[in-house]
Ligand binder design. Structure first.
Ligand code: SAM
Length: 281
């Protein structure tokens, strides 16, 4: 396991992913009943933007730091308010919150979070971050195993964030196989899968697999900060949501359009939100 998210924390892809993630959680919280959030690849949960890893890459400069310098019209927009208020509290201390900490800040008293991380150091940090917090289970466990075995939650309603590192071949199969198992156990769960836009063939294979197994609708929101390159460098990212809330496609379009001038490279950002009606609808 070579991947460490500390080198990438707060980059453009994190901003897009976490802003969309907040909207998914808030939608599920429209009803009073408790929800469960699962974070299958959680990372350590909090990142030091002044630390060695972040300063080596400075990826946050074109991500959260760019958003912090953008006008209030964007940061205070109703679709960003939750995300920005959680992030701003950490950013003022030169830190960036990872997905499990963002999820924790969104929980209501009745909600719960289960966060999984396999890298020993990141898992230890994650556990320390949530030590003594009865609303959070931070577990050093393979997220793929958890996805196949720990759903459905007793709360019945909820959301799974699947955010693997994409560091080895075969990750599309890992995602597809784990989601297939999870959907067989929890047909009504909302599953949000993050992916990098780098290799077009991988992106197409992933969408194809998700389309084949999504019983409800599938919405895919993609943000490219610049056009694809022949060298297949990271130009963008996507979030594919199985069983999305009905407002998600519309909100995702608005969020991506607001972010395009802030996170795009030289005004070359493009955004797409695509919906596929499911077999069951
Ligand atoms: N979700 C985090 C966020 O948004 O702040 C970032 C997660 S990072 C992209 C992927 C993480 O997955 C890394 O911390 C890596 O150590 C961890 N990881 C890799 N393979 C795993 C597995 N099989 N189960 C759980 N975690 C894994």
């Amino acid at each position: 396991m070579n991947y460490r998210h500390a080198f990438h924390a707060g980059n453009f892809a994190d901003v897009v992913k976490h802003a969309l993630f907040c909207r998914l959680v808030r939608y599920l919280q429209r009803k009073d009943g408790a929800i469960r959030i699962y974070d299958t690849h959680a990372g350590p949960g909090l990142y030091d933007l002044a630390g060695e890893a972040a300063t080596r890459t400075m990826e946050h400069a074109a991500g959260i730091s760019a958003l912090a310098s953008a006008g209030e019209r964007i940061r205070e927009h109703p679709l960003f308010r939750d995300y920005w208020s959680i992030v701003a509290a950490e950013f003022s201390e030169r830190r960036y919150p990872g997905s499990p900490l963002i999820a924790r800040q969104l929980l209501r008293p009745q909600d719960r979070l289960s966060a999984y991380e396999l890298h020993p150091e990141d898992a230890a940090q994650l556990k320390a971050l949530f030590a003594g917090d009865p609303a959070v289970k931070a577990i050093a466990l393979d997220g793929w195993l958890a996805l196949g075995a720990h759903v459905p939650p007793k709360e019945k309603r909820g959301l799974v964030l699947v955010d693997p590192p994409f560091e080895k071949p075969g990750e599309v199969d890992d995602i597809g196989d784990a989601l297939e198992k999870a959907l067989a156990r929890w047909r009504g769960g909302v599953f949000a899968v993050w992916y990098p836009v780098k290799r077009a063939a991988m992106v197409e294979a992933l969408k194809e697999r998700l389309r084949a197994l999504a019983p409800g609708d599938l919405v895919v929101a993609e943000f490219l900060r610049e056009p694809p390159t022949p060298a297949e460098t990271l130009v963008g990212s996507g979030l594919a949501v199985v069983n999305p809330p009905y407002v998600f496609a519309e909100e995702a379009e608005a969020i991506l359009s607001l972010l395009a001038p802030v996170l795009g490279r030289g005004n070359r950002a493009t955004t797409t939100v695509k919906e596929w009606p499911g077999k069951a609808s």
